[in-house]
Design a protein around this ligand. Structure first.
Ligand code: KG4
Ligand code: ZN
Length: 350
C-alpha cells in the first residue's frame, strides 16, 4: 500500500509518501518560521493561510520529484487533531477531496499517535508494550502503550508543556521564535550548575509541572538585570541551568513511571525529543536501569508528514476503515483512541 500523509496542525506543512515494505519514499516540509517570527509566536490565521498557499504546490512537487503518479496512491492520511482548527481544516479538506476524487480511503490521524509511532520508521523499531514520553509544544505526557491504539496516560503536566516552557523561557532570554531549539543551542555553551532552579514535584507521583520553574527563571533574570545588562556567558548559564532542570524533571518521572509500570522499553517522541541533553540523559538512564530507549532522528521528533503517513497506514493495515466526513478536532485526548479493528472510523468530526 502506498499512502500519502499530510500534516498541517500548527506551523509546519508536511507531506510524505509511505509505502509498506519500503518505508518513506518521498517527503517534504515547509516551515513557517519566517512568517511568525515577527510576532514571537504562531498566529493561527496566518498559519492557515500559509498552509492553503503551500500545500497544493508542495504535493505536486513531492510526487513529481519522486516520479509518482497521483493515481498510484492507495490511501491518504491527514492530521485531524489536536491542533489549530483552521490549520487542521486545510489538511483535512485537501486530503478528503483528493481521496474522494481518486476513489481511495482517507484516514484521520491523531497527531500525538503520529509522534508516538514515529520511532517505528527507524530500523530499530520497538515492539509493544512500551512506555512513551510524549513531549511537544502542547503536550507532556507519560503514556503506557499496551498495543497499537491502546494508550493510558500515567502522568502529564499540570500546567505548561515542556516545549511551551522552553519557548516561554526563550522569550524571557530574548531569543527568537521558535524558542526551544534556540534555547537548546545557547544552553550548549553554558554551565548547567550555575543556577539551582527548582525541579517541581520531584519525588511525588508521575505528573509534571513547569510553570514554577519558568517563574524561577524570570525572578532570577530580574535580579540579574536589576543594575546591569545580562552578559552572554550568564545568558548561556541561565539557559543551561533551565534545560538541566527540565531534563532532570523529565528523566526523574520517566524512571518513576518505568518502575510503576514495570516496562523495559522507553520511547521518546515529540519536538522536545530532539533535545540533545534529554536524549543523552535518557540513554544513560536506560543503560543504568537495563531499559531499551528508543528515539527517532530529530527530524522525525518535530512535526512532519512521514509520521502521519505511517500512523495512517498502520490504522488501515490494522483493519480500520476509511472515513468520509472531514475530521478536525482542536482538542482530542489520546486515550480516546482505540486499536484500529475496534476504532470508530471518524473518531469524531465537525
Ligand atoms: O512536536 P512539535 O514539533 O510540535 C507540536 O506538536 O507541538 O514540538 C514543538 C516543540 C516546541 O515547543 C519547540 O520549542 C520544541 O518542541 N523543541 C525543542 C527542541 N526542538 C523543538 N525543545 C527543546 N530542544 C530542542 N532541540
Ligand atoms: Zn507535534
Amino acid at each position: 500500500m502506498r499512502i500519502l500523509g499530510i500534516e498541517t496542525s500548527c506551523d509546519e506543512t508536511g507531506v510524505a509518501v509511505f509505502e509498506s515494505g519500503r518505508g518513506i519514499v518521498a517527503e517534504a516540509l515547509s516551515s513557517q518560521i519566517a512568517l511568525h517570527a515577527p510576532y514571537g509566536g504562531v498566529v493561527p490565521e496566518l498559519a492557515s493561510r500559509d498552509h492553503i498557499a503551500k500545500l497544493g504546490p508542495m504535493l505536486r512537487e513531492l510526487l513529481a520529484a519522486a516520479e509518482l503518479d497521483m493515481n498510484s496512491l492507495d490511501a491518504v492520511a491527514y492530521t485531524a487533531g489536536p491542533g489549530l482548527i483552521g490549520a487542521l481544516m486545510v489538511g483535512g479538506s485537501l486530503a478528503s477531496s483528493l481521496a474522494y476524487g481518486l476513489g481511495i480511503p482517507v484516514v484521520p490521524v491523531h497527531h500525538m499517535e503520529g509522534h508516538l509511532l514515529a520511532c517505528m520508521l527507524e530500523n530499530d523499531a520497538p515492539e509493544f508494550p512500551f512506555l512513551a514520553l510524549l513531549v511537544s509544544g502542547g503536550h507532556s505526557q507519560l503514556v503506557r502503550v499496551a498495543e497499537h491504539g491502546d494508550y493510558s496516560i500515567v502522568g502529564e503536566t499540570l500546567d505548561d508543556a515542556a516545549g511551551e516552557a522552553f519557548d516561554k523561557v526563550a522569550r524571557l532570554l530574548s531569543l527568537p521564535y521558535p524558542g526551544g531549539p534556540a534555547l537548546a543551542a545557547l544552553a550548549e555553551q553554558g554551565n548547567p550548575e550555575r543556577f539551582d532552579f527548582p525541579r517541581p514535584l520531584r519525588n511525588k507521583g508521575l505528573d509534571f509541572s513547569f510553570s514554577g520553574l519558568k517563574t524561577a527563571v524570570r525572578i532570577a533574570l530580574q535580579a540579574l538585570t536589576a543594575d546591569a545588562e545580562l552578559d552572554d556567558a550568564t545568558r548561556a548559564d541561565v539557559a543551561a541551568s533551565f534545560q538541566a532542570a527540565v531534563v532532570d524533571s523529565l528523566a526523574g518521572k520517566c524512571e518513576r513511571a518505568l518502575e510503576a509500570t514495570g516496562m523495559d522499553r522507553l520511547v521518546i517522541a515529540g519536538g522536545v525529543g530532539a533535545n540533545r541533553a534529554l536524549r543523552q540523559r535518557l540513554a544513560a538512564m536506560g543503560e543504568r536501569l537495563g531499559v531499551r530507549v528508543y528515539y527517532p532522528r530529530p527530524a522525525l521528533c518535530t512535526d512532519n508528514g512521514a509520521m502521519i503517513a505511517y500512523a495512517g497506514w498502520r490504522r488501515l493495515a490494522g483493519g480500520q476503515s476509511g472515513a468520509a466526513p472531514i475530521v478536525a478536532r482542536p482538542r482530542w485526548p489520546l486515550d480516546e483512541l482505540r486499536p484500529p479493528q475496534s476504532a470508530q472510523p471518524t473518531g469524531g468530526g465537525l
